[in-house]
Design a protein around this ligand. Structure first.
Ligand SMILES: [Zn+2]
Length: 126
């Protein structure tokens, strides 16, 4: 789902403005102040979200592959870097990063940690 990140004018909290806020005004979760939502053009955001989603699918496949292979540490590290880049880009453009990207970034770190410890055990045995 597309979303813009707006700052609350009253308290400065970050509020994600969704498509349906065109019909219902967005409210700040922190202080409850109503946010004025200008008519938003979601189209470029949809395009960007779509390409992020495709990227996320590829990241998922790479991550699954590296876990199956069990020894390809550079892959989850690369996925982490890739997901971080996509998240940073979304934030720069004022979009809310896709939740799947945030999940993938955590998964990638976990995969790096697991593969690191597998290697540590392997090397320790020799
Ligand atoms: Zn507020």
């Amino acid at each position: 789902m597309s979303g813009f990140v707006r700052r609350c004018d009253a308290c400065g909290a970050e509020v994600v403005v969704r498509r349906w806020h065109r019909r219902r005004p967005a409210k700040c979760l922190e202080c409850g102040a109503a946010l004025e939502v200008v008519p938003l053009d979601f189209a470029p955001f949809d395009v960007a979200d779509e390409s992020d989603r495709r990227g996320a699918e590829q990241m998922e496949s790479w991550l699954a592959l590296s876990v199956l292979a069990g020894c390809c540490m550079p892959i989850p590290a690369g996925v982490w870097w890739w997901a971080s880049g996509a998240i940073g880009r979304a934030r720069d453009e004022g979009r809310a990063p896709l939740p799947i990207l945030l999940r993938l970034r955590v998964l990638a770190i976990v995969a790096v940690a697991i593969e690191l410890s597998v290697w540590a055990i392997f090397l320790g045995r020799r």
